[in-house]
Ligand binder design. Sequence first.
Ligand code: CTP
Length: 208
Amino acid sequence: MPKRIKFLLVSGPTREPLDPVRYLTNHSTGVMGQRLFEALRRRGHAVDWVRCPEEAGTALELLGVLRRKIRGCDALIMAAAVCDARPARFSKDKIKKRALGVIRLVKNPDILAALAKKKKRSQFFVGFALESKGLLKHARDKMDAKRLDLVIAQPVTVKKTPFGGGNLEAYVIRRSGGHKHFASVSKKALAGFVVRETEKLLARWPSS
Ligand code: CTP
């Protein structure tokens, strides 16, 4: 068995409330997070699993939780589908539908980019990239901007999405160069590959 690694795993969608009834979210189902958790446990690793929205509802709450937890981990897998924007104002009262024509949004912080600023040399970051165009180029840009060591890039269009329990297309891209393409892969197999790849690359890592 490989050396035991302390993983921080983050999955699922954030929810950005507008009023006591409504919120903004996305199509993430959390299945990839579940498969990653199972793969990590099968390989004997320690896993601190933060599930959205149960354990951190909004992007701002998630950032707070991860800032507290990040120091203690060897590897971060950021599979959460963070809403990039939130309603500018939360209304304590239910908003009447006549006032719903325009909802002003403000941008959420980029959580990975914020965590990357304090990333230790010994830590390994895995992120995702969902793209409708320029998949590999944009995924590499995210890798640089967020100091990622491995990126799982997935194409997304109206007809083809990576959400839910079915097979998906994915590229696993290494910072050190090269990538592996899966034309159609189950989330279980993809999770297993990502975990073994992380083990392999971390084994060659400098210690802190
Ligand atoms: N991510 C994050 N904080 C955000 C948005 C995304 O930490 N506010 C993380 C995701 O968990 C993922 C990676 O960044 O691991 C890339 O997410 P993606 O949605 O593909 O891209 P964005 O950075 O949001 O950029 P864009 O929406 O412009 O493609």
